[in-house]
Design a protein around this ligand. Structure first.
Ligand SMILES: *Cc1c(COP(=O)(O)O)cnc(C)c1O
Length: 375
């Protein structure tokens, strides 16, 4: 099996794998499961520093984005879609699918969202039920200042949906103005893919509860979860083994003394190494600490780099897709992969890969990483 240094899924630690293999009860009928689920949800909210309610849904990260849009959108609702990346723009499809009218605020894909420009935009038009924004737009590694953006939106009376799937627990995030925060099990959390996390504020619940029309989905419907604890009932059988694994992964995060600092140290040294080796970072601003992204040098191809890394070094890193296909390479260093030894090994393999492809670097990536790494 390859070592997966991709921006999600990430390597799963052994205690998470073991937790997933434990015997399980009937999660529909055993109230102990409801208690354990609730405790885990409370723990996630606490780690995120919020009193908003966490819900864990069986389904990939995408389900959380769709569930947020399905639950909030009614026919004709105007929704502001903040777009400076593939996931950012992608929200318009969920809005449209549930009858809403997306209005895009599009920024340069190489720059973090300009909060002053967004403010100027909102001063002209702020008639939106909610807005969507991505914290870390993984296909390009773009990080947005979600704390400031959501504060601004709330000042205009707009509900906020934030995709933090790739950044949750790996980047600092002030969630005090976030109405629905979306996370996934397979990124920084370092559990396998399969669960989505939605953290729902009282304002979001009020908006969902006061809809005039029913939510046009059952599976992507947050409202069907609102009374699960009182009723000791879930809308569908919960994937108990996935949740057991998530619990172990969340406990790993709880005991990880400075997980955000660790991501920052790793990412800072990786970016410095890429620059000092003469490679070009994709973005001009807004660098996520969970993934490093550089442009494919002109005398080789993304495919050649990725294939050589796999074939000669057994390491899988990632290209990208959509508008970035073939143009950039992404090294994931999130969660259990945000470790000095793993990134050093990956960069050492990249040095050799570039050498065998005839791409000359100004300096060794591994050397520069080690030299510039500050705990
Ligand atoms: C990974 C990810 C998702 C979820 O996508 P999947 O295809 O379900 O893995 C959503 N948003 C962002 C920003 C992500 O990085």
């Amino acid at each position: 099996m390859y070592k997966i240094m991709t921006p999600g899924p990430t390597e799963v630690p052994q205690n998470v794998m073991l937790a997933r293999s434990m015997p399980c009860t009937n999660p529909d009928l055993d109230v102990e499961f409801v208690e354990d689920y609730k405790k885990l949800c409370l723990k996630i909210s606490k780690l995120l520093n919020t009193s908003a309610e966490t819900l864990i849904l069986g389904g990939e990260g995408i389900l959380g984005l769709e569930a947020a849009c399905a639950s909030l959108t009614e026919e004709g609702d105007r929704v502001l879609v903040i777009d400076n990346g593939v996931f950012g723009r992608g929200f318009q499809d969920f809005v449209t699918m549930y009858g809403g009218v997306p209005v895009l605020f599009t920024g340069d894909y190489k720059e973090t969202i300009d909060v002053a420009a967004l403010k100027a935009f909102l001063e002209q038009d702020s008639d939106f039920k909610y807005a969507t924004v991505v914290h870390g737009d993984t296909p390009s590694g773009m990080l947005n200042d979600v704390g400031s953006i959501t504060k601004l939106l709330k000042n205009f009376g707009i509900l906020t949906v934030v995709d933090a799937v790739s950044t949750m627990f790996g980047e600092y995030l002030d969630v005090s103005n976030v109405d629905i925060l979306c996370g996934g099990s397979q990124k920084v959390i370092s559990a396998p893919p399969g669960l989505t996390i939605n953290v729902v504020s009282d304002d979001a619940k009020a908006a969902i509860n006061s809809r005039k029309t029913p939510i046009r989905s059952f599976y992507a419907n947050l409202k069907v979860f609102f009374n699960y604890y009182e009723e000791k009932w879930f809308p569908y059988t919960m994937p108990i083994s996935d949740i057991n694994g998530l619990r172990a992964a969340i406990e790993n995060i709880e005991s990880d003394e400075d997980i955000i600092g660790r991501h920052r140290s790793i990412a800072t040294a990786t970016r410095t190494a890429l620059i000092n080796a003469g490679l070009k970072l994709y973005a001009n601003s807004g660098y996520s600490n969970t993934v490093s992204v550089f442009e494919v040098p002109s005398n080789t191809t993304a495919e050649a780099i990725l294939e050589t890394m796999k074939k000669d070094h057994n390491i899988m890193i990632a290209g990208s897709f959509d508008v970035f296909a073939g143009k950039i390479i992404r090294i994931g260093h999130m969660g259990n992969n945000a470790r000095k030894d793993k990134v050093l090994e990956t960069l050492g393999a990249l040095d050799k890969t570039f050498n065998s492809l005839g791409v000359e670097l100004k300096s060794s990536l591994a050397f520069e990483f080690e030299k510039n790494f500050v705990e």
